[in-house]
Each structure stands twice: as structure tokens, then as C-alpha cells.
Write a protein that binds this ligand. Structure first.
Ligand code: SF4
Length: 373
């Protein structure tokens, strides 16, 4: 740990570097807590470059907390569509509604109130409070933890509770009390641009003289690898109905999705959004899918549907490695299924759909184009 003059120099060097080299990002041009909050949520699972266009489009449609709170959930998800991890968008809207109901539409400034909002944990709360309101809260996420582990040559699994506490203590001790928002962003920027997971650029680092990991020659090996959860293989079969106008059917977002889902829980895998009729399979996919469809279209004439295999789609969600087998089903008239909507197969994104569903639609279209060549 650094103290006294060393700590002062460390802070000065990092802040000086940040002010000179910081990337010009849209959420750095504002002190509006809503905008900072939105950026933090988007960046949780998305790279900066990928997040920027979504961030700008989202703010054009939902420029403030009130607009977001009042919007139909389907529309919020549609503007999130493509970013994945849709619980982030659902929680964002729930939190906006709570801010309107409990805080008069003003983003709260007390840490307890911020932490009580859905989807906001310690890291996000600290980021918003420090950047928007200048409150003294040090951020700690995987990115900052990596920097701190290297600076202090801290070994072991960083997510282990004692180690995480030690890292938070270090982060608090380093925090610049006068400019906590800039300080937090400087730590994040160092982790994002120089102290990256692979090949940290220590020669360019403004605080390399304080880095124990570099001095010991172990910076690149830190943080030490965590045990990875074993990958689970999941196979799904999906039905892509297509009528003569190339319209298809999507089922609505599942309402009663389980909180703790099994690896092949279809509502979880389609991100609780609009989706093709889909089943999890471990035997013959066409047989299982046909049985499911029979239930769905019961009493509507021909239940002997002809399923044409349409390629194979691969998709990964957390620890799941998913193979989806799309089956195209040509029909004169699309069956009526309770709650389902008919949409053009080429334009299914007019409803909020997940990346998995979009990939399935592409595969079905590509297979049809291949057949007609
Ligand atoms: S010297 Fe290297 S390892 Fe240490 S903080 Fe800087 S970039 Fe990271």
C-alpha cells in the first residue's frame, strides 16, 4: 500500500495521464446521472465501441428517466435488442419507474437509495455517485481489480471474498478525495487501455514505478486464473413457419420464467423475448419439435407438418454452448397461436428479439436462398 508522498505522486501521475489521454466518450461529456447510469449498465457486458451507437439511439428515444419509466417494456427491449443480457434493460426501466414513484423523478443521491434500485450493485452505485455527484465512493469491478492486483502483486482468485475485500480497501485508500469521479474514471481507463488483461503496456504506464507486479516480473500472470465453470452443451430445435408472403410466427416473451433455470431452459435461452417455437432436444430433434407443434396448432387442420432442416446455428450464453437446429415449415396459411404475432421473416426485429432468435432467422433465410439458387 502507498502512503504519504508516494501516494500523492501516484495520484498526481495517474490523474495527469488521464486528463491528457482520456478517450472522448459520449458519457464523459455529461454530469447527468441518468446518462452516466445508462452508460455503466450498457458497458457491463458490452465493449465501448459496440455500446456507443446503442447508447445514442437509446437516449434519442428515452432522453430522461420519466420517458423511460413511461415507455412500453417491449419498446425498451427493442432499443436494447442486439446488446444481449436483457435483464439489464428490464431492471433499468424498473429502476426508472421506482425513481419516478419514490424520488420525484430525480436520481437519488444517497448510496442506500441508489443501491435499492433494481440492477444497481456496489460498482454501478459508486460510479454514478462519484462521477455525477462527486461523492467519495471507489469503484471496484473486474477491470479495476486487475489493475489493483497488479499494482499490489495480489495473488489468488480475486473474486474470493477476503481478497475482494482487500481490493476494495486498496481502492478506497487510493481514491482521490477531491476528484473521486475523475479518479474512478482514471482507474477504469488505465485498465481499459494500458493495463489490459493480456500484454499490459507497462512501458507507457504512468504509474509503473509504483507497480509491484511489474517489479516482480509477474504483471502478465496477474490476476491468476479462476476455475472456469464447465461448459454445458445444449441443443435446441426451432420452428420457422413461412407462408407464401414469407411471414412467420413468433411466440411472446414467456411470462412465468423460472428464477433459477436449468441449462436448457428455453425462456432463459431466448432471453425472455419474442422467439420462434423452440424446444430443447436430446433425441431426434424433428420428432420432439413436431410433438410440441402439434400441441400449439391443435385443431387447425393439417397437424402433419413437414419440417425442412435449415442448417445449424451456434450461440454461446455464459457457460452454455448452444446448437440450434432451425426447421423451416412452409404453410399456405400461418396457424393461429394464442399470443403469437405474425411478422415478416426478413424483419423479425420489429419485435424485441434476442441475438439467438435473429441468428435462427438468418439461417432459415440463407437455407431458403440456397435452395432457390
Ligand atoms: S505497470 Fe503494467 S501492470 Fe503495473 S499498473 Fe501499469 S500497466 Fe499495469
Amino acid at each position: 500500500m502507498l502512503h504519504g508522498r508516494e501516494l500523492a505522486t501516484f495520484r498526481k501521475r495517474l490523474l495527469g495521464w488521464f486528463r491528457q489521454f482520456r478517450r472522448d466518450l459520449p458519457w464523459r461529456r455529461t454530469e447527468d446521472p441518468y446518462r452516466i447510469w445508462l452508460s455503466e449498465i450498457m458497458l457491463q457486458q458490452t465493449r465501448v465501441a459496440a455500446a456507443i451507437p446503442y447508447y445514442e439511439r437509446f437516449l434519442e428515444r428515452f432522453p430522461d428517466i420519466q420517458t423511460l419509466a413511461a415507455a412500453p417494456q417491449g419498446e425498451v427491449l427493442r432499443f436494447w435488442s442486439g446488446l444481449g443480457y436483457y435483464s439489464r434493460a428490464r431492471n433499468l426501466q424498473k429502476a426508472a419507474q421506482r425513481i419516478v414513484a419514490k424520488h420525484g423523478g430525480q436520481f437519488p443521491t444517497r448510496a442506500d437509495d441508489v443501491l435499492a434500485l433494481p440492477g444497481i450493485g456496489n460498482y454501478t452505485a459508486a460510479a454514478i455517485l462519484s462521477i455525477a455527484f462527486g461523492e467519495k465512493h471507489a469503484v471496484l469491478d473486474g477491470n479495476v481489480a486487475r489493475v489493483l492486483a497488479r499494482l499490489g502483486a495480489i495473488r489468488g482468485d480475486l473474486r474470493e471474498s477476503q481478497t475482494w475485500k482487500e481490493l476494495q480497501k486498496n481502492a478506497n485508500a487510493y481514491l482521490h478525495p477531491k476528484v473521486p469521479g475523475d479518479w474512478n474514471q482514471a482507474m477504469m481507463e488505465l485498465g481499459a487501455t494500458l493495463c489490459t488483461p493480456k500484454s499490459p503496456q507497462c512501458l507507457l504506464c504512468p504509474v509503473s514505478q509504483f507497480c509491484e507486479g511489474r517489479k516482480l516480473g509477474i504483471a502478465e500472470c496477474l490476476p491468476e486464473k479462476r476455475k472456469k465453470r464447465a461448459t454445458v452443451e445444449v441443443t435446441l430445435a426451432a420452428a420457422i413457419f413461412a407462408d407464401e408472403n414469407n411471414r412467420t410466427i413468433l411466440l411472446p416473451p414467456p411470462v412465468h420464467a423460472k428464477e433459477r433455470a436449468s441449462a436448457d431452459h428455453v425462456p432463459t435461452l431466448v432471453s425472455k423475448m419474442w422467439h420462434f417455437p423452440t424446444v430443447s432436444v436430446n433425441g431426434d430433434p424433428a420428432t420432439k419439435l413436431r410433438a410440441c407443434l402439434r400441441e400449439l396448432v391443435r385443431g387447425q387442420g393439417d397437424e402433419n407438418l413437414r419440417l425442412a432442416p435449415s442448417g445449424k446455428v451456434r450461440h454461446a450464453v455464459t457457460y452454455r454452448d448452444i446448437t440450434i437446429l432451425p426447421f423451416r415449415i412452409h404453410v399456405k396459411k400461418l396457424p393461429r397461436i394464442k399470443g403469437a404475432q405474425q411478422v415478416p421473416l426478413r424483419d423479425i426485429s420489429i419485435l424485441p428479439v434476442s441475438n439467438l432468435t435473429r441468428k435462427v432467422a438468418h439461417a432459415a433465410l440463407a437455407a431458403a436462398a440456397h435452395l432457390s439458387d
